[in-house]
Every structure is written in C-alpha cells, then in structure tokens.
Write a protein that binds this ligand. Structure first.
Ligand SMILES: C[S@@+](CC[C@H](N)C(=O)[O-])C[C@H]1O[C@@H](n2cnc3c(N)ncnc32)[C@H](O)[C@@H]1O
Length: 325
C-alpha cells in the first residue's frame, strides 16, 4: 500500500458515522454458525502459529512510535537517551500525536509503598529496578526496540505470546538477550497458569493489538489477572483497533462471529473496541484512567485514489497506590 498523505485527529461527520455503522451492520448480518465458532477460540494459538510460520518476522513493522506515545516505557535511569526514529504504520498504526506527549513522564509516579514481597526465591529479572511485560508480543516488533533502549539500564523486559512459533522467532533473533529479556509461551486467558515473576512486581504492562485477538467474553478476566502483576503505581499501556476502523468495514459477509468480532481468512480473530468498552475493561480491573482516547485518521492513497478512515484506541491505566497510615 502506498500512502502519500495522512491526517490526524479527524472528526467524522454524522453522515460518515452512519455510513460506517451501516457497513458494519451489513457485514455482520450473517454470523458464522455457533457450532463452528468455538474452534476459533479453542484453536486460536494454532491459527497464530500458522500465521507466524507463514509470515515469520515480516508482517508487522517495528513499533518505533512506542516511546513517543508511551514514554512511560523508558526506565527512569534512561532519561535523555536517543530513541529509535519514529515511523508511520498503516495497518496497525501508531502515533496519536507525534509530539504532544513526547518525553512526558510526569504521570508515572511510583507509590512510596511499592516494595516487592514474594514467595518466589529467584526469578528472571529479580534484581531489575524497572520491569516491563509485553503480552501477545508476536515476533517482537515492540520487544526489540525496547531491548535496544533498556540495554545498559536497570530495566528488564518479559514478553509472552501463546504462539510458540512467535516466541521461537524472538528467542532465535540475533538481538535477543536473556540478560535483558525473558520470552515465554503463555496464554493470557489461561488465568490459572503461573507467570515467571511474582504478583505486584511489574512497572509496565504493554498490550498492543492483542486484546482484539481474544474472544470479547474472555478479555475482562485476562485484564483482571494481568492487573494483579502490576506494582502499585504501575501502568498498563494499551493500543488496539477502534470501532468502525477500515479493517472492520472491509470484512465480507460470513466472517462475523459476534457483534464487532470477526475472523480473518487465516482463522485469526479481531474485535473492534469503543473507548467506553476499553474504559470498562481496565476500570473493572481496579485501574484508574490516565488516558483513554480514540485516534481517528484519514489516510489517502493517491495512487489508488482511495480515502481510508482508520480508528485506533489508545489508553493508559494505572494501579492506584494504597494509602497506608
Ligand atoms: C495482532 S498480533 C500483535 C503482535 C504484537 N503485539 C505487535 O504489536 O506486533 C496479536 C498477537 O497476540 C497473540 N495472542 C492472541 N491471543 C493471545 C492470548 N490469549 N495469549 C497470548 N497471546 C495472544 C497472537 O499470537 C499474536 O502474536
């Protein structure tokens, strides 16, 4: 796709909103029969394994906008480091506002009482002063920019995905370094399985284009379980597809599983969130809002003479500090 022009913060007219609503209504009229639906949930990891077998590391581009949008990812001891250059992305775009939040970490204030009490004797990254977890990390398009940024700092990165293929791609990457990063296979919907670090041990959890891949009925439990691993004052950074994004409106009839939830040709699934749904997911998990916005953009492909409306949701939610006497 050749994009010549992109305009941010686009307001939709009532007419555009209505047209999008009608398109989504139209493509979700015919639902996949209920008896066929469960396989997309039950075998989700297999569809993603096939995805990574086929595309390897080539599908998504490095999410180098991460540090501009999410400066909270920068460990406290790396202030002033040069960051990877920002790129525009198309399918899973980033960058709500290239400049507005750059370097703004003022909302990230660790709680005075956030000391680690653990039943785990040893765990990877236990001596780190700043711990980040990326869930649904895929082939590492955020992982490697983060590794190159935190190397030499007191930070440690954990990353997991339920696709063992994805995790292999990460572990075999020449920049993978167990001194800085621990990659492991984990289904975040399987809330009973352990994580390789104790509760309340993480400063940041990064959730980028992953909750959309999960059945909407399972997302709340997954978020609640993840919130248990945040330190007081720790933050979830979230970016994902928004309601009526071009990717939603492009679906053909017969690919809809339930309202705003679809399966692609390759069997992977995608949900399209509203801002309110995102708010409920995180606030029901006991987190407080720092940011919750819809990023609406207009992308124009002049070659093909196509105008595309992209919608993403971006949020930051923090675990409150308990006030002790
Ligand atoms: C759209 S990709 C995004 C990958 C990565 N976050 C990125 O931004 O490049 C969604 C990822 O979520 C993973 N995923 C989906 N459901 C998951 C689950 N229940 N537990 C762990 N990972 C999951 C998939 O395997 C896939 O790698």
């Amino acid at each position: 796709m050749f994009i010549l022009c992109s305009r941010d913060h686009v307001q939709w007219t009532d007419e555009e909103t209505e047209k999008a609503r009608q398109k989504a209504e139209e493509n979700s009229k015919e639902k996949i029969p209920v008896e066929e639906q469960s396989k997309y949930d039950r075998e989700a990891h297999k569809y993603w394994d096939r995805f990574y077998e086929m595309h390897q590391r080539k599908f998504f581009r490095n999410r180098t906008w991460l540090f501009t949008e999410f400066p909270e990812l920068l460990p406290p001891d790396t202030a002033g480091l040069c960051l990877p250059e920002q790129e525009q992305e198309q399918e899973q775009g980033g960058g709500v506002d290239s400049c507005s939040e750059s370097g703004n970490r003022e909302k990230q204030q660790p709680c005075a009482s956030s000391t680690l009490t653990s039943h785990m004797n040893t765990f990877p990254g236990q001596h780190a002063a700043f711990r980040i977890l990326e869930v649904g990390c895929g082939a590492g398009n955020s992982v490697f920019p983060i590794i190159s940024t935190i190397r030499g700092s007191k930070a440690f990165l954990y990353c997991c995905d339920f696709s063992s293929q994805a995790i292999e791609l990460i572990q075999e990457h020449p920049d993978y370094d167990p001194a800085v990063c621990h990659a492991f296979v984990r289904d975040i919907c399987d809330t009973a399985s352990p994580f390789p670090f104790p509760p309340e041990s993480l400063d940041i959890i990064l959730v980028v284009f992953v909750l959309s891949a999960i059945h909407p009925a399972r997302a709340q439990d997954a978020v609640r379980a993840l919130a248990g691993f945040l330190k007081q004052g720790g933050i979830v950074l979230f970016r994902d597809y928004g309601r009526y994004d071009l990717a939603q409106l492009r679906f053909k009839k017969g690919q809809c599983l339930s309202e705003n939830f679809y399966t692609r040709q390759d069997g992977t699934c995608v949900y399209f969130f509203t801002k309110d749904e995102v708010h409920h997911l995180f606030s029901n998990a006991g987190l407080e809002e720092l940011q919750n916005l819809e990023d609406r953009r207009l992308q124009v492909n002049r070659g093909k003479k196509v105008v595309m409306h992209r919608v993403w949701t971006q949020s930051k939610y923090r675990k409150p500090c308990l006030i002790s006497d």
